[in-house]
Design a protein. Structure first.
Length: 324
């Protein structure tokens, strides 16, 4: 069953092939990357008894956490201990998907570096574009690092290269890998790069954001902490000129979290919260808000976490901090 909505037609289910990207490594081996159908980032989905289910796969996940525990997050900080991506790994299927993606992409990197990775990433963007455009969606979107982060310089260079090759796909990402930003900003106008900041890496992240003229994504426990963090950021040399404003994500502690109309990460198919209907078609919050996307405002964004949450990395030493 289909329904007229975004673009021409929006599906009510995810095609089996939509999540599987087939590519090739420079060593000649076949490569399989599995995408995630994230209802927050998806252009469309369905709200039903199992929650909101995306019908487009437009995000990629790798294992969350520092390299010492097999993750891809070299910029891990104490604030990452209650990581949303890591919480998804309690589901064995997602844990396997993220681990397999990381192992596959690291193999490609070892064989051919940034050039080989770029070929795989271009295939990913082409795959996503094909599935969105066949239903009449004009603005193709893709979220990097739904879980995990950029673990090396070649990965950052490859993402930028892929977007230069496919400037018609809107991509966005948040990263604590501070040393990767200088490569990512070469991706062109259709790749929005956010430097992820929290109380443990705030000033380092702010200086990198100012240096490369990109916005910040600030993670705070509450509004008071966020205000103090933003005041500290604005004290960094050059911040007033580059970081012009801070907007709150409506789905992460913002207005959609408190309106009582349903899950905060989805809206009605017409782009309004008031039209949300259980059992009906929906759109992801990111697809509608677009604050963080290249076609959005480009302002820094605030995510409210509402407390520290459970420590999902109890095996990681307390002393670990953000690295560049």
């Amino acid at each position: 069953m289909t329904a007229v909505a975004v673009g021409r037609v929006v599906r009510r289910s995810l095609p089996a092939s939509a999540s599987v990207v087939l590519s090739e490594c420079s060593c000649g081996a076949s490569v399989v990357v599995r995408l995630s159908a994230d209802s927050k980032t998806s252009p469309a989905g369905v709200w039903g008894s199992k929650g909101a289910t995306a019908v487009y796969a437009n995000a990629i996940a790798t294992t969350a956490g520092p390299r010492s525990v097999g993750g891809s997050c070299v910029g891990f900080t104490e604030s990452c201990r209650s990581c949303y991506g890591k919480s998804l790994e309690r589901y064995s299927a997602f844990e396997r998907l993220a681990a397999d993606n990381l192992a596959t992409l690291q193999h490609v990197e070892q064989c051919g570096g940034a050039r080989a990775l770029s070929r795989v990433f271009v295939d990913i963007l082409d795959h996503v574009a094909e599935h969105q455009r066949r239903d009449g969606l004009e603005r193709v979107t893709f979220r990097w690092n739904m879980s995990g982060d950029i673990w090396s310089e070649p990965v950052a260079r490859a993402i930028a290269s892929a977007h230069r090759a496919r400037p018609d796909v809107e991509g966005w990402l948040y990263t604590r890998t501070l040393g990767a930003v200088r490569h990512l900003v070469r991706g062109g106008d259709n790749l929005r790069v956010y430097v992820s900041a929290d109380p443990h890496n705030l000033l380092k992240a702010a200086r990198v954001a100012v240096r490369h003229q990109v916005p910040l994504a600030i993670l705070a426990d509450d509004s008071e902490q966020a205000r103090k963090m933003w005041d500290a950021v604005r004290s960094v040399s050059g911040a007033w000129a580059v970081l012009s404003g801070l907007r709150q994500c409506p789905a992460a502690g913002g207005k959609w979290s408190t309106d009582g109309r349903g899950p905060a990460h989805i809206v009605g198919v017409d782009g309004r919260r008031r039209s949300l209907e259980f059992g009906g078609l929906v759109r992801g919050a990111c697809d509608v808000c677009r604050l963080c996307l290249p076609s959005g405002l480009g302002a820094s964004v605030l995510f409210l976490r509402r407390g520290a949450g459970r420590d999902l990395f109890s095996s990681v030493p307390v002393s670990i901090g953000a690295k560049s």
